[in-house]
Design a protein around this ligand. Structure first.
Ligand SMILES: Nc1nc2c(ncn2[C@@H]2O[C@H](COP(=O)(O)OP(=O)(O)OP(=O)(O)O)[C@@H](O)[C@H]2O)c(=O)[nH]1
Length: 337
């Protein structure tokens, strides 16, 4: 089965740093192929993309505003073009005033079988926050709607802004960064190997600035911690979903496979979260694949011991005793099959 390509929305008001963030993703993609939908090619260096052989994976908008440029079928057309390429992710940069709610609705309504909604990243201008909020009170709604808030320009952030944004975010993770430097792995799966494309010039190859500093990619990202959890004991579906729906603060991303072990539901459940966004997929265990749960949780200031204990308490050694009703919270997050 062909994989589905996650579509990540990057929204934010004028000048917040969306293009800067997108550029950072493109320069630090570790071989991931990123399709982009942008309003203005100029700012991300389309010439470099053409040289890198990625220009086929780009779609421009003629009237410059994503919110009014597309209805569901228009968006599908764009995504259809992009999904024809072998991409790991599609990033849509929503223009300054685009209403993210409408875009999310469009994406969720999209009937394109090869794409799936991958979450909303709201870029907030830490330097101009107070002025932007005064002019656009809807900023608060956008922050709440986001799956991950990137609080950009922390080099110029004013006192109290971080606290205010965290308060507005109401539990949505807020990641403070400079120049949009977030780790791409927070937003999408990085390919483990990509031999056939490895020799194609990447953005990194094309950028003298980056290649001049070999440590660049290691230092480029905001700091984060990663916690791994493994268990051979199945997890109780309801307890596990309670954990997932009340994830400890600071976790930006969870990925991995879960074994629930219930009779009739003994498939592999693949989990993917970006901030508050949660997606589950169900597939069969491959022949010879070791059953069990393997999760990686990524975040800032997270407490591995507590997370480990919380997940451990989801273990259920005798899943045959679990009422099948306990699967309901899981089924809610599965796509129709
Ligand atoms: N000091 C500082 N400046 C930044 C940072 N991130 C971006 N900028 C600058 O802020 C300006 C706006 O950044 P863009 O990435 O173009 O912002 P945008 O959200 O794409 O802007 P629009 O497309 O106009 O909505 C540029 O001049 C960036 O160089 C940062 O972390 N710190």
């Amino acid at each position: 089965m062909r994989k589905q390509i996650p579509v990540v929305l990057v929204a934010g008001f004028l000048g917040a740093g969306k293009t800067t963030l997108l550029n950072h993703l493109l320069h630090n993609s570790s071989g991931a192929r990123i399709g982009v939908v942008v309003n203005d090619f100029g700012s991300i260096g389309v010439d470099a993309m053409a040289v890198a052989g990625q220009v086929d994976s780009m779609v421009s908008l003629n009237n410059g505003c994503l919110c009014c440029a597309v209805d569901a079928s228009g968006l599908d057309g764009m995504l259809a073009r992009l999904s024809g390429a072998d991409l790991d992710v599609i990033v849509i940069e929503a223009s300054g005033l685009a209403e993210p709610r409408g875009l999310i609705r469009l994406l969720l309504a999209s009937e394109h079988e090869h794409i799936e909604y991958g979450g909303l990243v709201e870029v907030v201008d830490g330097a101009e926050f107070t002025a932007v909020r005064a002019e656009h009170p809807e900023l608060a709604d956008h922050v709440r709607l986001a799956d991950l808030v990137v609080l950009n320009k922390i080099d110029r952030i004013a006192d109290g802004v971080r606290e205010t944004v965290e308060e507005l975010a109401q539990g949505v993770p807020v990641l403070g960064v400079e120049h949009g430097r977030i780790d791409p792995a927070l937003l999408f799966e990085l390919p483990e190997r990509r031999e056939e494309h490895a020799r194609q010039l990447s953005f990194l190859d094309l950028s003298e600035e980056d290649t001049a500093d070999e440590d660049h990619s290691r230092h480029a990202h905001a700091r984060y911690d990663s916690v791994e959890f493994e268990s051979e004991t199945p997890l109780h579906p309801r307890r596990f979903m309670e954990f997932m729906e009340n994830r400890p603060a600071g976790i930006y991303r969870i990925k991995g496979d879960v074994d629930l072990g219930l009779p009739g539901h003994d498939k592999k459940y693949t989990v993917h979260t970006v901030g508050a966004f949660l997606r589950l997929r169900r597939s069969g265990w491959a022949a010879g694949e070791r059953r069990g749960t393997r999760l990686v949780l990524i975040g800032a200031g997270i407490d591995g011991e507590t997370i480990g204990k919380q997940l451990r308490s989801c273990e259920e050694p005798d899943p045959s005793q679990v009422d099948s009703q306990a699967m309901l919270p899981v089924l809610r997050f599965l796509p129709e099959e």
